[in-house]
Design a protein around this ligand. Structure first.
Ligand code: SAM
Length: 327
């Protein structure tokens, strides 16, 4: 029987985010990716590392694992990692966060490995705006991936957009419109200061969830709240007659740290208890030990104990940007 991993504030850690690469084939404004074509950086976690980390996580009662990055589909071993999580360790909920550009062709192997769910980052609904927002992405490839996931029954399809003034805030309504005919969840995320942007420039670009909601309501009519699990980060709404739902994730204007159940593993195998705080706890020595499981479990216990009550949402200099931490 596993015993739960409880932090010093009494929150149970149930969800693990595992960044499997800092590389990405997109260059979104709010992130800071290493470019595709670069070799996997030295220190990137291996399948063997993931195996041990998952074993430790299961011992500690982790119920859900999300593979992320960078772009996780750039790791050819991703299906093996998903298989370990789902088929070998029987983790209840195994998901990926992806830009979906490579999803259509990778999906069969991921489904075979037991993938339960996907979240797709989609910062614009129109082709030109999408290319601009992603630094050259082709939206048609992403639609192909989204439709393949929907056809495979990975529902509800969750599409996430980080709203940045002057970059994609003109896409609020086109993105919301996607839920008119489809039962998708389109979720708008507040831009967090994770990319070491100059503070004044960051504030100018920031759009609160309340402003996003107002701007959508002005054009689409009133949004009705949908009853939502209060511990879920997204507050859901629907527009009358629409098939899908709109979500607002407001980590800056309305932080949800009190309900945080997450722990992150960075792409170079460091445990990070809080996205918005720089503290990290290395696992490399433990992973390479002759008997790695107890050492890695210890690392989880130490990191959980040091999980802060709430993260820093104001602009501060960060040791690392999102791409290595894992979105
Ligand atoms: N490449 C994958 C993708 O596009 O979904 C996974 C990694 S990406 C870092 C995951 C997500 O992290 C982004 O789509 C975005 O939702 C979130 N993210 C990254 N930087 C962010 C920021 N500065 N503020 C808010 N969300 C951010």
């Amino acid at each position: 029987m596993s015993k739960p991993l409880v932090d010093q504030h009494g929150r149970v850690v149930r969800d693990l985010r595992l960044s499997v690469t800092p590389r990405c084939n997109y260059a979104c404004f709010y992130c800071d990716p290493l470019r595709e074509g670069a070799k996997e950086p030295v220190g990137t976690i291996s399948v063997e590392d993931v195996d041990i980390i998952l074993r430790a996580a299961v011992e500690l009662g982790i119920e859900s694992v999300r593979f992320t990055g960078g772009e996780p589909l750039l790791r050819k071993e991703l299906p093996e990692m998903v298989r370990l999580a789902k088929r070998v360790y029987g983790i209840e909920d195994v998901a990926i966060t992806t830009n979906a550009s490579l999803l259509a062709r990778r999906l069969p192997d991921l489904l075979d490995a037991g993938l339960d769910r996907i979240n797709v980052s989609l910062d614009a609904a129109e082709a030109d705006a999408f290319r601009e927002a992603t630094g050259g992405g082709t939206i048609e490839q992403v639609w192909e991936g989204i439709h393949a996931a929907e056809d495979a029954g990975l529902t509800p399809i969750k599409l996430n957009a980080v709203v940045v003034r002057g970059i994609n805030d003109d896409q609020l309504v086109p993105l919301a419109e996607l839920t008119r005919e489809r039962p998708w969840h389109v979720r708008f995320i507040e831009y967090m200061h994770l990319n070491n942007a100059e503070p004044g420039a960051y504030q100018e670009r920031f759009v609160s969830g309340a402003e996003s909601r107002d701007r959508i309501e002005t054009l689409l009519g009133p949004l009705e709240p949908v009853p939502t699990d209060p511990s879920a980060p997204a507050r859901l709404y629907w527009a009358e007659g629409f098939q899908g739902a709109l979500g607002f994730i407001d980590p800056v204007s309305n932080p949800f740290c009190g309900a945080c159940s997450r722990m992150r593993v960075t792409s170079d195998a460091r445990l990070r208890p809080c996205l918005l705080t720089d503290r990290e706890y290395p696992m490399r020595e433990g992973l390479d030990a002759a008997d790695p499981l107890p050492a890695v479990i210890d690392a989880f216990l130490v990191a959980a104990h040091r999980k802060v009550a709430s993260g820093i949402t104001t602009p501060v200099t960060r040791d690392r940007t999102m791409v290595a931490i894992g979105g």
